[in-house]
Design a protein around this ligand. Structure first.
Ligand SMILES: Cc1cc2nc3c(=O)[nH]c(=O)nc-3n(C[C@H](O)[C@H](O)[C@H](O)COP(=O)(O)O)c2cc1C
Length: 178
């Protein structure tokens, strides 16, 4: 017993919370079966662009308009966003998995051969993807990742078929139109 009588398990969590019970492979495989959007999150310093493939992207708040993305603490893009204070989210369309693969690499040259342009202060990839521009509102460290909460200052939408990621493979949905 610690903390005035609260029983704790070996990880210091409240006893019975299940914290120490999930198997790492089961956890990964469970999440792998959940389809996710595929985005390339971008930012820049002195107009030198950096971008990273990110599936951990979600809407967060309507008033004010907010979204979140989550980046590994070792992400080079995280350092760029910490310095620049803003970022763009390219939500990829079906057929853009080549970009998803290219921006899932490490390195400073990920934009080589990629068609892009600055749009409302962030690097935007050419093509059919959706587009959001955010000012960084909060950075929240959670485990080995950092949640970046962005205040959306610009968005551009149109009908498109989204690129999805599931079971470590790319696909799309054809029966959900719009
Ligand atoms: C489909 C897909 C989704 C990914 N989602 C994320 C994510 O949500 N967060 C993250 O930190 N890395 C994610 N990654 C891995 C990064 O893209 C990869 O580690 C990249 O090399 C990091 O680059 P950076 O260090 O330049 O930021 C994903 C990779 C793929 C292929």
């Amino acid at each position: 017993m610690q903390d005035g009588g609260t029983a704790r398990d070996q990880n210091g969590q409240p006893a019975g919370s299940g914290y120490d019970q999930v198997d790492a492979t089961v956890f990964r495989d469970t999440l792998a079966r959940v389809p996710t959007p595929v985005t390339v999150v971008t930012s820049h310093i002195d107009r030198k662009p950096h971008g990273t493939t990110v599936s951990a992207f979600s809407s967060l708040s309507l008033e004010p308009p907010m979204i979140l993305v989550s980046l590994d603490q070792n992400s080079d893009l995280l350092k760029v966003i910490q310095e620049s204070g803003h970022f763009g989210v390219n939500v990829l369309a079906a057929g853009q998995q080549g970009l998803a693969t290219q921006f899932a690499r490490k390195g400073a040259d990920k934009f080589a051969g990629v068609a892009w342009y600055m749009d409302h202060g962030a690097p935007r990839l050419a093509g059919k993807g959706q587009w959001l521009v955010c000012r960084t509102d909060q950075l929240v460290t959670a485990g080995d990742h950092v949640i970046i909460i962005g205040l959306v200052v610009h968005a551009d939408t149109h009908s498109f078929e989204p690129l999805l990621y599931r079971q470590r493979a790319f696909g799309t949905v054809t029966h959900l139109r719009g």
